[in-house]
Design a protein around this ligand. Structure first.
Ligand SMILES: [Zn+2]
Length: 407
């Protein structure tokens, strides 16, 4: 029996709601942002800083963790949370998206401890069995398919696990998308059946919860088919993914609208990759999304980009971010965001961080990463509070409409 439960505590405009998600390793107040530590680390941010920033759960990627540290080693070291020194819930994505993405495009990999960018994909081929992968580090070939992905996730031991599926890319025409979706559903069924078998045999933690993933690209009929299929097997929660979730906030909202009325209201909804900034967060919350993730807070931070509220001078058009590399900040005594209560904003000026960036001191990027991660969690807390007090519309207008008036 899973230790997992979810209960809705407040409802508000649209499908917006507050909820409480219980896992074996901790309680999560929703809606919430979830930081992503693909390889077991949120870039430039320690688990202590994540806790301080308000993180309630952290994410890892089973495929990348297995291809680097190895699932058996992580298992022997006490599972993902213990391995990372994180005292709280964790979630692993299976890596289905990454495998297909690498197959399509070729992408980065880790070689000799170095992250390298390569156009040579480690994915040899993808068949009905799964993906044949060549481990860049060891040279060993292995089949990463639904059954193996669930064995890896069972060993890694996160509280929430995801099926190995095949995403539908937005460039796929209807026929291609339809074929991919059918395979994705077959793989999801195989993932769930094998994971249940592992649980019966005591090889998967009894506390784990499994979230099927709605795919289907931008094809309304396919999205609705996938919503029906996912609902039929979703015992604990449901996820929605694909390029049309996360890349553009407006398209994400349109995609969520296609399926929202088909989804159960008593289970948490996780929009994979939606949460790169305030707009996606707001639009998702209004469609009843409870869980968000994105790598952007630390990706932006490493480039000198800081998330800022409208009062702090950001605009919806520039996605609520400012570049602290720009010379306009070189004498600025104000913090990154005057409304932010984070440690960085309480101690440091924009001028200081600008200086750190200019001299190539990595502390500059670290300070912005911490602020950005705090900022997304703080926005989650503000949204929860607005839902509880009936002020969500006011908060939304402050962020979205006041910003819309900007040129
Ligand atoms: Zn701050």
């Amino acid at each position: 029996m899973s230790d997992f439960s979810f209960r809705v505590t407040y409802r508000s405009a649209g499908y917006a709601r507050c909820g409480v998600l219980e896992t074996r390793h901790g309680t999560i107040q929703t809606p919430t942002f979830m930081p992503v530590g693909t390889y077991g680390a949120v870039r430039l941010t320690s688990v202590h800083e994540l806790r301080e920033a308000g993180a309630q759960i952290i994410l890892g990627n089973a495929y990348h963790l297995h291809a680097t540290a190895g699932a058996d080693r992580i298992h022997d070291l006490g599972g993902l949370a213990r391995f990372c020194g994180w005292n709280g819930p964790t979630l692993t994505d299976s890596g289905g998206y990454q495998v297909s993405y690498m197959w399509n495009s070729g992408t980065h990999s880790v070689q000799g401890g170095q992250r390298i960018h390569s156009h040579k994909s480690p994915i040899r081929k993808i068949t009905e069995d799964g993906a044949l992968v060549k481990n860049i580090i060891t040279g060993e070939e292995f089949l990463y398919g639904p059954e193996f992905a669930m064995e890896v996730q069972s060993k890694i031991g996160a509280d929430i696990v995801m099926p190995f599926d095949q995403p539908t890319f937005d460039t796929d025409d209807y026929d291609a998308a339809s074929q991919t979706l059918e395979r994705s559903h077959r793989w999801t069924k195989r993932s769930k059946e094998h994971w249940e078998w592992l649980k019966e045999k005591g090889k998967a933690p009894e506390y784990q919860a499994f979230f099927p993933i709605i795919q289907g690209g931008r094809h309304e009929g396919l999205r609705r088919d996938s919503a029906g299929f996912s609902t039929s097997i979703a015992e604990t929660g449901i996820a929605i993914a694909g390029e049309s979730i996360g890349i553009d906030p407006e398209i994400s909202e349109q995609t969520l609208r296609l399926v929202r009325n088909l989804l159960p209201l008593d289970r948490p909804l996780y929009a994979m990759g939606l949460g790169g900034g305030p707009e996606g967060f707001f639009r998702g919350v209004l469609q009843g999304v409870d869980m968000f993730d994105n790598t952007s807070p630390t990706r932006l931070g490493r480039c000198g980009l800081a998330l800022v509220s409208p009062e702090g001078g950001s605009k919806r058009a520039n996605r609520f971010r400012i570049s602290l590399r720009q010379s306009q900040h070189k004498s600025s005594e104000i913090p990154i965001d005057e409304g932010c209560q984070c440690r960085v904003c309480r101690s440091h000026s924009r001028a200081y961080i600008h200086h750190l960036l200019k001299i190539g001191e990595s502390l500059g990027a670290r300070l912005i990463c911490f602020h950005n991660v705090y900022f997304m969690h703080d926005l989650g807390r503000a949204i929860q509070n607005a839902i509880r007090t009936g002020n969500l519309e006011k908060l939304y207008e402050r962020w979205m409409l006041s910003a819309l008036l900007e040129p």
